[in-house]
Design a protein around this ligand. Structure first.
Ligand code: KG4
Length: 339
């Protein structure tokens, strides 16, 4: 596309990160600011929605100001303002959306309501120039899906979890082990020190056809194993437990992706996105799987896997090009499936 490059300010506030970024349509990241609320929620073992919304209110103006300053731009220089319009914790989404709307109305700029999940889905197109159609493994704290990404706003679900999201399973098992929130990165870190065969966790649905996931069985098995041991695990047992759980979850992902490839979809790439795309074991095994099926592999760099403003700005750019301007009465949505 040979249109003149344009600038997008992206604002994200759907969970526990207040973030803003300025990105241009030539794929340059001009700024990338994240204020993480993780320490505020840690003592509760998870995100407290009311606390999150209040924290977004306190942080949002400064985060947007810093994103503009770092980019060396003012609102007048920005061509498009994009904000997460859902899905997510609605109090937080509203904070980001209203801040974006205030700016857009004052400066007379078009607005894009970005589907947060599409933000995750499209970011590898910024970082790795991935072309449609691609097979997308979307793995977050609230989601686990295999999608066929055909174009902007054009997704087909190939498989999805029938119970827990994968990140949720990581976080809950970590909590059982007394590890701090969020547990995914902790399990990843400790698993490197353990034996993945020490505990025999199930691989739910892996003996069945199809591409759906189930993680609640692994989680229950983890709970029952701990109940049976009936004492706190030693350090090396904890490493083994983390390694065994992570191996079971990864085997499920690989098994389901193999079934997805077996459908014979005409994809150019395998793309992993979302917070769990930070997982080092997934990042190790997925490139080999993609190579086996003769497609390119792409994963966003680590700081673009978890929630951030860059992915919202980039999805804003892609949607602006597609003409998807938000109506002035757009209402943020707590639920907004991609397909
Ligand atoms: O995409 P994200 O920032 O938020 C949602 O939109 O859900 O993902 C957060 C999830 C959490 O469940 C967190 O534990 C998980 O991503 N996560 C990881 C790793 N880093 C973050 N899970 C496994 N291994 C990691 N290294």
């Amino acid at each position: 596309m040979s249109t003149k490059p344009f600038l997008c300010l992206g604002i994200e506030s759907s969970c526990d990160e207040t973030a803003a970024a300025v990105v241009d349509s030539d794929r340059n990241i001009l700024s990338h600011i994240i204020y993480s609320q993780v320490p505020e929620h840690q003592k509760f073992g998870g995100v407290v929605p009311e606390l999150a919304a209040r924290s977004h209110v306190l942080a949002i103006d400064d985060v947007i100001r810093r994103a503009l300053n770092d980019a060396g731009k003012t609102v007048a220089d920005i061509d498009v303002i994009a904000a997460t319009g859902g899905p997510g914790l609605i109090g937080g989404v509203l904070v980001g959306w209203m801040a974006a709307r205030g700016l857009a109305q004052a400066a007379n700029k078009p607005m894009i309501a970005v589907n947060h999940l599409e933000g995750h889905a499209l970011i590898p197109r910024l970082t790795d120039d991935v072309r449609f159609p691609y097979l997308l493994l979307l793995v977050t704290g609230g989601n686990c899906q295999i999608l066929l990404a055909r174009g902007v706003g054009d997704y087909e679900i190939i498989g999805q979890t029938i119970d827990d999201a994968i990140g949720e399973a990581f976080d809950k098992v970590a909590k059982m082990l007394g590890l701090p929130y969020p547990g995914g990165p902790e399990i990843d870190r400790l698993a490197k020190l353990g034996d993945p065969q020490a505990y025999n966790f199930p691989r739910p649905l892996c003996d069945k056809p199809g591409c759906d996931f189930s993680f609640s069985g692994i989680k229950t098995s983890a709970r029952m194993t701990l109940n049976k041991i009936a004492r706190p695990l030693t350090e090396s047992e904890t490493y083994d437990f983390c390694a065994s759980f992570q191996a079971a979850a990864t085997d499920c992902v690989i098994n389901r992706l193999r079934n997805a490839f077996a459908i014979g979809l005409p994809v150019t790439a395998l793309v992993v996105a979302g917070g769990v795309a930070k997982n080092s074991m997934l990042r190790e095994v997925l490139p080999a799987l993609a190579a086996e099926y003769g497609v390119k592999f792409a994963a966003p760099r680590l700081d673009l896997c978890t929630d951030n403003g860059v992915m919202i700005a980039w999805a804003g750019i892609e949607n602006f090009k597609a003409g998807n301007i938000a109506p002035s009465d757009f209402a943020p949505k707590p639920r907004w499936p991609l397909a």
